[in-house]
Design a protein around this ligand. Structure first.
Ligand SMILES: [Zn+2]
Length: 167
């Protein structure tokens, strides 16, 4: 589904529904399973008098704990306000804490929702009280339920971060 950003804001439009799993390929790649993300989008003006999109998201998600590689339940809950920007330059040159999104006449709703969800995911998902040993020391009995992809994108991210710190 596409929306015209400025038009949506000007007319104070509202839209609600569910973005289903089939429209969330990047989350799937990150080993994040969800039946769908419930969304509510509301166009309007923010307190700076700029066109903006208010976005509320919620979803039941299942991530993979990076310590024990077992499923980890995660409740996504986001309430954000995105100011519409006319250009990428406007976003990059802004020197403040305002969240902006590049507006166009055909903004892809599913991609917008997925972007926000990805930003809200923990960098390294882990059970709060994880009882398992470090990765690699998986009990033999668990082997049959190991994820097909042993290298998680989260692990790669973490390694990158680590490398930068050292460098
Ligand atoms: Zn765990």
């Amino acid at each position: 589904m596409k929306i015209d950003g400025f038009q949506f804001a000007r007319s104070s439009s509202e839209l609600a529904g569910v973005i289903d799993a089939a429209q969330l390929p990047r989350l799937a790649e990150m080993q994040c399973r969800t039946p769908g993300i419930r969304f509510r989008l509301k166009g309007g003006m923010n307190d700076r008098g700029k066109a903006s999109l208010g976005m509320e998201l919620s979803a039941d998600m299942e991530l993979v704990c990076q310590r024990c590689m077992q499923p980890l339940a995660f409740g996504l809950k986001i309430e954000t306000d995105l100011e519409l920007a006319k250009s990428q330059t406007e976003i990059e040159s802004a020197d403040d804490e305002v969240d902006r999104i590049l507006a166009s006449r055909s903004m892809d709703l599913a991609a917008m929702v997925e972007d926000e969800a990805i930003l809200a995911l923990p960098m390294i998902p882990r059970h709060e009280h994880c009882s398992e040993a470090a990765p690699g020391a998986v009990p033999a009995v668990m082997e049959s339920v190991q994820p097909a992809k042993p290298v998680s994108p989260f692990g790669v991210l973490a390694a990158l971060k680590q490398g930068r710190k050292k460098g």
